[in-house]
Ligand binder design. Structure first.
Ligand SMILES: [Fe+2]
Length: 427
């Protein structure tokens, strides 16, 4: 066979979760499960949603279709290996033939891991990405999982990863495999109406970063060809199909995030952000994220001192979207020269207008303005870090090679240190 790509990848794949979208879509959860052929499900949710009676309402709708439901409502905002384990134990013993997640990324990720352990057994850490975990691949498909997101952020309903915090190793990492992708997503913007402005801000900025990082990632055909199809990573680099999803998510983020933060009852804006989260989830599920997300892991994992406004006050932590956005301006200043046109396109998609004479500061300035407008933290310092922490943060970010290989240019420890230093205060 001739070498078509000179050692470079010549193939990309497009896999997406089938989605059902619209105000009221969650009322069809029971109908969806019945259609998926399941009779007894474990439903993963969190205490806040139980209190808001969102979980209870969905349980009723599912039971009305004759499907048995057992609720696990102890997902926490920032899952740890212990909280995953507790859910997985119930999953393994419960004799379920399907799973449902009602919640943000944490609940959806908890459901993915519960499903994995219930279906294939083993220890959670065996499956966690190397070098933190064993990097074992799930041997086959999981039981059906229906994801019903209640935040407009992670896009976890569309992705193949589950993120967890491992406190004893002071590291945040994940399990990543295509079998973890939920079988269906039901995306109902009415479920997000009660989300506080701070949560809306963090989740929405995560959406913007998913889309921008994917759009500005190393093209799939500039990456090395994997030895076997099995070695082709879920994050493959920018490709024409992922670009479409990311581009639309950028438009929505630029146009509707401010409105969603200003007025939570703005159903049009909520709907666009909810859909934007899923669109970006499909885009980055294919192309991948890189520098801001790689930096976000140690920013969220290293210190647990910051009590974020607007979130439950049960433990201090850095909300994911904010941990990502704080380094995005500096990261895109650094990557600008690798693909200037694409940085200009992202600037135009976010502003919805033609942007002339772009340079390395154009996109960073647009992102900084958006951060200011939606009340994001000013930078890494506000989250509890100083220049003295930069070495540790760099070390943590360098562990995310799975992500960093997707950056449009090579990233050294020194580059990351500069990005983090510039990100101490964005304004
Ligand atoms: Fe993210």
């Amino acid at each position: 066979m001739t070498d078509r790509g000179n050692g470079h990848e010549t193939i990309f794949t497009m896999e997406a979760t089938p989605l059902k979208y619209g105000p009221g879509a969650s009322e069809e959860a029971g109908w969806e499960l019945k259609r998926m052929g399941v009779g007894r499900v474990m439903l993963v949710s969190d205490p806040g949603l139980v209190k808001a009676n969102i979980t209870g309402r969905i349980v009723e709708l599912i039971e009305a279709e004759g499907v048995e439901v057992e609720v696990w409502d102890r997902s926490r905002v920032e899952p740890t290996d212990d909280s995953f384990q507790a859910a997985a134990d119930l999953a393994a013993e419960g004799d379920f033939d399907g799973f449902v997640a009602v919640g943000g990324g944490s609940s959806i990720d908890t459901a993915k891991v519960s499903d994995l352990i219930a279906t294939h057994g083993g220890e959670i850490l065996d499956y966690v990405n190397a070098p933190v975990g064993g990097g074992k691949k799930p041997p086959g498909p999981l039981k059906p999982l229906l994801a019903i997101p209640t935040t407009a952020g992670t896009g976890a309903e569309a992705t193949t990863v589950a993120i967890l915090d491992i406190p004893e190793q002071r590291v945040k990492t994940g399990i990543s495999h295509q079998y973890l992708r939920p079988d269906r997503g039901v995306v109902d913007p009415l479920l997000t109406l009660s989300m506080p402005p701070e949560v809306t801000s963090s989740c929405g900025l995560d959406v913007v970063c998913h889309a921008a990082e994917s759009y500005i990632s190393k093209p799939y055909d500039a990456r090395p060809k994997p030895e076997t199809p099995d070695d082709r990573p879920p994050y493959q680099g920018a490709n024409p199909i992922a670009d479409m999803w990311s581009a639309r998510a950028l438009e929505y983020g630029g146009k509707y995030l401010r409105r969603s933060v200003e007025n939570g009852e703005d159903v049009e804006a909520r709907g666009a952000m909810m859909l934007g989260a899923s669109l970006a989830g499909i885009g980055f599920g294919s192309a991948g994220v890189h520098i801001p997300h790689a930096c976000a892991y140690p920013i969220a994992g290293l210190k647990h001192e910051w009590q974020p406004p607007g979130y439950p006050e049960d433990h201090p932590f850095v909300p994911h979207g904010w941990s990502v956005i704080v380094t995005a301006p500096a990261a895109f200043r650094f990557t600008y020269d690798a693909m200037p046109d694409r940085h200009g396109e992202v600037a135009e998609l976010l502003t919805g207008e033609k942007v002339e004479n772009t340079d390395e500061n154009t996109l960073p300035e647009i992102l900084t303005q958006l951060m200011k407008d939606v009340g994001a933290p000013r930078g890494v310092r506000e989250l509890g870090y100083t220049e003295e922490d930069i070495d540790d943060l760099v070390e943590g970010a360098m562990k995310q090679q799975r992500l960093l290989v997707g950056a449009p240019k090579e990233v050294s420890e020194e580059d990351l240190a500069n990005i983090l230093r510039e990100s101490m205060e964005n304004w």
